[in-house]
Design a protein around this ligand. Structure first.
Ligand SMILES: *[C@@H]1O[C@H](CO)[C@@H](O)[C@H](O)[C@H]1NC(C)=O
Ligand SMILES: *[C@@H]1O[C@H](CO)[C@@H](O)[C@H](O)[C@H]1NC(C)=O
Length: 426
């Protein structure tokens, strides 16, 4: 925010995902009168990462900052306006190792914050807690966090967008809502150029453009987009009933995770939290990894063969009876990765009036009920030093080559650049 921003001044937020919408809502609640959200499509944007049936909601973090923030978020999911979209099913973290270093770290932090969890040393002990997991055959250890679960992502985003609209946020979608570039005069943002018609002028622009961000600004030293595989299976009501009381399970050896079937619709979702896939596209003479701008990136339903097989293998290990059922849909979910999994919420260092709120790094969605408050505090320059430091935009980097996320939570194979043939199928 520039020193002169008043509550009457226009604010354009580009991006209707969890970062953009939670910020829009909070700014309206703080009295800003002229807030406009732009996006290519109506929220929930089908190829964004704030969409589809589920996201894990948990506070198991190896960084005390996020554990604290996520505890606040979990509490808010449980009791606040978004509670209809939250399912407190419990969360199970499993490992091959007898004492997995990462899980030990999580447990140590949970203990130090006075949080309860339940260790298990054998698969049978887990099945005793969750009989719906009776078909798991592998031997492994891990722990259960009972105060966690999942949220209906599309449902919560739809409710959030509706609330923004009620409070007076303007929405522009389609070609008029599709930013093609920032409009900058003399190191000051004056609005955005859009795919159709005259530019949209505004003295404040907040970029909440997620995985598309590097198309608009060269932020490759701070964020890099990776695509992660997701698959959906339609269960019969009998199949769903058999596992309806299972928790969310993540395999901290492979990165595979699975949700309980969705109530009423009986869809089973599986995915992998790993280092993901890169693409290479040309934008303004630069080569970046990014989803495309002018298409629905979720439409093709294509997954690389190795990723498809990894999801099948994960299912065989946890829900073997369902492992060969056909996908009803598959997609690549785009993460906006950062070196340590920290969000990037900061003023642009040289372009006045430009503020950035991106970098979900595959774990941002769970903060939906509280994220806007922290982003608006940064925007108004009221946030704590700790938050400002954590979420600052690094000026440039010493790193060479593609940046990968090392927040400790990623498993599975190393990041891989999709081949030209694979990219042609996206
Ligand atoms: C909001 O800002 C835009 C861009 O400056 C301006 O054209 C419009 O009149 C403003 N709307 C209100 C209600 O102030
Ligand atoms: C986790 O993944 C590893 C590697 O694929 C596998 O050996 C193990 O059986 C899996 N554990 C569970 C609980 O599925």
């Amino acid at each position: 925010m520039s020193a002169t921003t008043s509550k009457e001044d226009p604010i354009v937020i580009v991006g209707a995902g969890v970062f953009g919408l939670s910020t829009a809502l909070e700014l309206c609640q703080r009295g800003y009168k002229n807030v406009t959200v732009l996006d290519r499509m109506l929220p929930p944007v089908p190829d964004g990462s704030s969409v589809d049936i589920s996201r894990i909601v948990r506070y198991d973090y190896s960084d005390p900052f996020y554990m604290k923030l996520a505890r606040e978020a979990v509490q808010s999911w449980g009791s606040g306006p978004f509670h209809p979209y939250y399912y407190n099913t419990g969360f199970v973290l499993t490992s091959e190792e007898k004492s997995d270093a990462f899980l030990e770290k999580l447990k140590g932090l949970l203990r130090s914050q006075g949080q309860t969890f339940k260790d298990f040393q054998t698969t049978q002990q887990l099945i005793d807690e969750f009989p719906h997991l009776k078909d798991v055959k592998q031997e492994f250890t891990g722990y259960i966090n009972p105060n966690a679960g999942w949220a209906d992502a599309a449902g919560a985003i739809t409710a959030l967008a509706a609330r923004c609209s009620e409070l007076g946020v303007s929405f522009v979608t389609g070609p008029r809502g599709t930013m093609t570039s920032l409009r900058i005069d003399d190191s000051r943002v004056t609005g955005v150029h859009v795919a159709k018609g005259p530019p949209i002028s505004s003295s404040n622009v907040i970029l909440a453009t997620g995985a598309w961000s590097n198309q608009y600004l060269d932020l490759t030293h701070a964020v890099s987009s990776s695509a992660q595989p997701v698959g959906f299976i339609q269960l019969t009501s009998e199949e769903a009933a058999e596992i309806s009381r299972m928790p969310v399970v993540i395999n901290m050896t492979s990165g595979f995770f699975v949700f309980p079937p969705t109530p009423h619709t009986n869809i089973l979702k599986v995915a992998r939290h790993s280092h993901g896939f890169d693409t290479s596209i040309q934008v303004d003479g630069r080569t970046i990894s990014s989803p495309k701008r002018d298409v629905n990136n979720a439409a093709s339903s294509y997954l690389p063969d190795d990723a498809d097989e990894a999801l099948r293998e994960g299912l065989r290990q946890i829900l073997p009876k369902l492992a060969d059922k056909p996908w009803v849909r598959r997609r690549l979910c785009w993460y906006t990765d950062t070196p340590q999994g920290d969000f990037v919420v900061d003023n642009h260092p040289t372009i006045k009036g430009l503020f950035i709120a991106i970098g979900g790094a595959g774990h941002g969605f769970k903060f939906l009920p509280i994220l806007g408050k922290y982003i608006a505090d940064c925007f108004e320059d009221k946030a704590s030093t700790e938050v400002r430091q954590k979420w600052r935009l690094e000026k440039s980097s010493q790193t060479t080559g593609p940046m990968v996320c090392n927040d400790g939570s990623r498993r599975g194979p190393a990041r891989r650049l999709l081949t030209a043939q694979e990219q042609a199928k996206l």
